[in-house]
Design a protein around this ligand. Structure first.
Ligand code: ATP
Length: 214
């Protein structure tokens, strides 16, 4: 990956601007863009854009422009993917243990760094290199963590969620069946595996996919 310090600061400052615009183009299904189009849209002269983009390794072709997908891939890496996202896991039961062992090794930017449980038999253990702490010590250890995975029993979900938010967490991957309530600035992604499986079976039964060969 191109290191940040090879990009001039003035260019780096324009990165989020480019990123936002190109992302919108991508959402609209556009696969290429000319420096003129970019220049008109974000009010940076096209010579500057061409110079900036050459630092990104993107060479525009006459009559074709720049490849939107390539640029977006580059920007994503440079803007946020360089930063590691430390994650806390709450509830080291069957599912939580599986996550600790798996630990998202294929995506090395998001990694569970710490785990918590209420069960004295689990506290102090290391699972997949991750230390399990007592849930009573949650607030002590969450200083730099903004993302949490919730794999506690349903009855504990809201109480733990409130504590996580109080401790500064603002993103929760909720694997409990509970519909947790959070303030507006907190993002929750809910994955209820039982519901997903039931829904798959239901759709297979009631809406079977056609086999195009028949
Ligand atoms: P197991 O069979 O190991 O208990 P499970 O996934 O079937 O796993 P659950 O009852 O869903 O068990 O609990 C998941 C985990 O959450 C357990 O390890 C349990 O000790 C833990 N847990 C329960 N209450 C809390 C809490 N308040 N804070 C943190 N962890 C908790």
């Amino acid at each position: 990956m191109l290191s940040q310090n090879k990009i001039p600061q003035a260019t780096a400052k324009r990165l989020p601007l480019y990123y936002r615009f190109l992302n919108n183009l991508h959402i609209q299904g556009k696969s290429r863009v000319s420096s003129k189009e970019l220049s008109d849209a974000i009010k940076v002269d096209s010579a500057t854009i061409r110079r900036d983009f050459s630092y990104f390794g993107a060479l525009g072709k006459k009559g074709y422009g720049y490849n939107v997908e390539y640029l977006l891939g580059f920007f994503r890496k440079t803007l946020d993917q360089d930063e590691n996202t430390p994650v806390a896991l709450i509830g080291v039961g069957n599912l939580g243990t599986a996550f600790l062992n798996y630990n998202f090794t294929k995506n090395n930017n998001t990694k569970i760094e710490i785990a918590f449980d209420a069960d004295a038999d689990k506290v102090g253990k290391e699972i997949g290199d991750i230390q399990v702490h007592h849930i009573n010590d949650l607030e002590k250890h969450l200083e730099h963590i903004e993302v949490a995975i919730l794999t506690v029993p349903l009855s504990e979900a809201q109480n733990i969620t409130d504590r996580l938010i109080q401790a500064g967490v603002n993103g929760i991957l909720n694997f409990t069946p509970a519909r947790i309530t959070v303030p507006e600035n907190v993002r929750v992604h809910h994955i209820d595996l039982a519901v997903e499986l039931q829904s798959l079976a239901y759709f297979m039964k009631h809406y079977p996919l056609e086999n195009s060969d028949e």
